[in-house]
Structures are given as structure tokens and as C-alpha cells.
Design a protein around this ligand. Structure first.
Ligand SMILES: Cc1cc2nc3c(=O)[nH]c(=O)nc-3n(C[C@H](O)[C@H](O)[C@H](O)COP(=O)(O)OP(=O)(O)OC[C@H]3O[C@@H](n4cnc5c(N)ncnc54)[C@H](O)[C@@H]3O)c2cc1C
Length: 294
């Protein structure tokens, strides 16, 4: 099916994109277009205007300063997967980016588009919640006039395909702490075989003092409308020597954090996804701690 007719506009700066968005209630931003265009072709999205932000230089770039990794919203998954800085600062993000879709998807899809689209099956929301990432959002007025705000990843996602972004706001960058040498991280997923989207995905970041876990952040996604942080699991991991028994016992507690809104569809039932959450989380923690290898 073809998309309905729309007007195409190219924004050359963030402020121009915000202006265009603010002047047109029927407009949609396009970054890599890998979620927006399929939706338009299915006529599930019918924007009157598409604002192409793909050429805005200020939305590009990966830097690490003062212990913070900053990633511009237009950074593609391929750029994440090829970046030594991301590998050394946030290994979980580096590895996850490589496991997204296929080369075409990784070459076009952006981190900003991925999280703004907020597909429950996307990998990056789950990873960014576990990494305690902060999202920088810019709205009308620009950064000098109350136009900019920062939202924690855990607060950004409000449901399936739903975020705190207002109609005329743009996500400009994502920041997260650079992982220290004693912090280990991993993302594990049961992937859909055709698209690699997560049927169930689990992310773990553990801080270790020798064999003992001192801090843990874990999250699961794919099975819930937006990623869920596993605080019961985190509490059970902290203070423990991590081994097969303690990891399995802690991961099984994820059920306490999931709630009742579990996705069931033609790919996997809600019961199956619920059961897989603990298993993928176990995989993630095992790999993070070096108890299992790829
Ligand atoms: C075949 C296929 C397989 C895929 N497999 C996976 C997978 O395994 N794992 C995974 O995580 N993802 C997967 N994806 C999704 C992909 O990774 C892209 O990240 C995703 O399509 C959106 O990124 P995009 O840059 O193309 O966004 P677009 O399609 O351009 O935009 C998506 C939405 O976000 C909005 N938007 C875009 N950028 C911004 C911004 N900076 N600020 C505010 N709003 C913005 C747009 O208005 C639109 O509503 C797959 C996609 C396809 C087509």
C-alpha cells in the first residue's frame, strides 16, 4: 500500500524543526524513517507533513566527558556498534546495537527514533533503563528559554508507542554514566527470527567488589508495554556472591516486578513471555559476570 499524500519538509537545525512542528499539528518528525515509513505505508500513520531531521548536524556525535557518555539522537545503530568509545564506555549498548535488525536497519535506524517510537519490542529502551540513561528533550523556546528538559529513561516511556514527548518536542541526546572497570553489563533477548525484535529482552548492569555484587540495575522489555525495572531482582543480587544459585534465585523474582499487563500475540503467549523473563535475565547476568560466554 502507498502512504497517503503528505508534504515533505527538511529541517536544517533543531530550532527550525521545532518551529515547523509547532506550526503544524499534523506534522511528524522523520529520522531514519524505519518505523515511520512502514506505519505510513500501512496507513496507521497519516501525517500531513513529514519533517526530515536526518541532516541536522547538532543531533549527531558520540562523546565521553567527565564520566558521561553522550550520544546524539541521530546516531545510527551501526555507528553505535562501530564505536570504540561506546564499546569502552557502555559495552551493553555497543553489543545490543549490533543485534538490532539487519544491516539496512542498523544503517538507517537511529537511537532517537528507536526510543521515541517506543515499540515494546525494541531493545534500546530496556538497555537504557538498566543504564540509568537521561534523555535531553528540546521544545519551543530553545535551550535558553525553558525549552529544554531532561527525563530519566525509566520515566520517558509511558506505555506501548507512548512517551512523555510533547507534540512539538524533539529528543536531542541521550546521556549515561560511563561504566567503571568493576561494572559489568549484558543484554540478552529471545529474538523474533525474522526481524530480531525482542519477544523478551533483559538487561543487567552489576557493580562488583570481587565476587560480591554491590549495586545492580536490571530491566526487562518486549513482554510489557514499556520496559520494567526489576527492583526485586536488584535487591536480591546486592550483597550476594554471584554464582549460578544466587543469580537464578534473584532472576526468578522478576515475576514480582512485572505486574499483570503482559503482551500475548501470535509470536508468544503472555504466559510464555512471563516465563521467559527470568530465563533471559539469568542469561544477561550470567554473561555480565563472566559465568557464561557467547
Ligand atoms: C525490519 C526491521 C527490524 C527491526 N529490528 C529491530 C530490533 O531487532 N530491535 C530494535 O530495537 N529495533 C528494531 N527495529 C527498529 C529500528 O531499530 C529503528 O530504530 C526504528 O525503526 C526507529 O528509528 P528511526 O530513526 O528509523 O525512526 P523514524 O522511523 O524516523 O521515527 C520513528 C518515530 O520517532 C519519532 N522521532 C524520530 N526521531 C525523533 C527525535 N529525535 N525526537 C522526537 N521524535 C523522534 C518520529 O516522529 C516517529 O514517530 C527494526 C526495524 C525494522 C524496519
Amino acid at each position: 500500500m502507498f502512504a497517503t499524500e503528505f508534504e515533505y519538509k527538511k529541517a536544517n537545525s533543531v530550532s527550525e524543526a521545532i518551529q515547523l512542528l509547532s506550526n503544524d499539528a499534523d506534522a511528524k518528525l522523520m529520522a531514519g524513517g524505519h518505523s515511520l515509513i512502514p506505519l505510513m505505508k500501512l496507513r496507521l500513520a497519516r501525517p500531513g507533513t513529514v519533517i526530515d531531521i536526518g541532516g541536522i548536524a547538532e543531533l549527531q556525535g558520540i562523546t565521553a566527558n567527565n564520566g558521561i557518555l553522550r550520544i546524539g539522537a541521530l546516531t545510527t545503530h551501526a555507528q553505535l556498534a562501530e564505536s570504540p568509545l561506546v564499546r569502552d564506555s557502555a559495552r551493553i549498548l555497543w553489543e545490543t546495537a549490533y543485534g538490532i535488525g539487519d544491516p539496512q536497519v542498523r544503517n538507517r535506524g537511529t537511537i532517537g527514533g528507536n526510543v521515541s517510537h517506543a515499540d515494546p519490542a525494541s531493545d534500546l529502551p530496556t538497555v537504557l533503563v538498566a543504564m540509568d540513561a537521561k534523555f535531553t528533550i528540546q521544545g519551543q523556546g530553545g535551550i535558553t528559554r525553558r525549552g529544554s528538559r531532561t527525563v530519566a529513561a525509566a520515566d520517558f516511556f509511558t506505555g506501548a508507542f507512548s512517551t512523555v514527548l510533547a507534540e512539538n518536542e524533539i529528543l536531542t541526546a541521550i546521556e549515561m554514566p560511563v561504566l567503571a572497570a568493576n561494572q559489568h553489563s549484558e543484554y540478552a533477548k529471545m529474538a523474533h527470527p525474522a526481524t530480531s525484535y525482542a519477544v523478551v529482552g533483559a538487561a543487567a548492569v552489576v557493580t562488583m567488589d570481587g565476587n560480591t555484587c554491590t549495586v545492580a540495575r536490571v530491566a526487562v522489555g518486549g513482554l510489557t508495554p514499556s520496559p520494567v525495572r526489576g527492583q526485586s531482582v536488584e535487591q536480591a543480587l546486592v550483597g550476594q556472591e554471584l554464582n549460578a544459585e544466587t543469580i537464578a534465585a534473584a532472576a526468578n523474582l522478576i515475576d514480582n516486578d512485572l505486574g499483570s499487563d503482559i503482551i500475548g500475540d501470535i509470536f508468544a503467549s503472555a504466559e510464555y513471555r512471563r516465563a521467559m523473563a527470568a530465563i533471559e535475565l539469568k542469561h544477561a547476568i550470567f554473561h555480565a559476570t563472566g559465568l557464561a560466554h557467547h
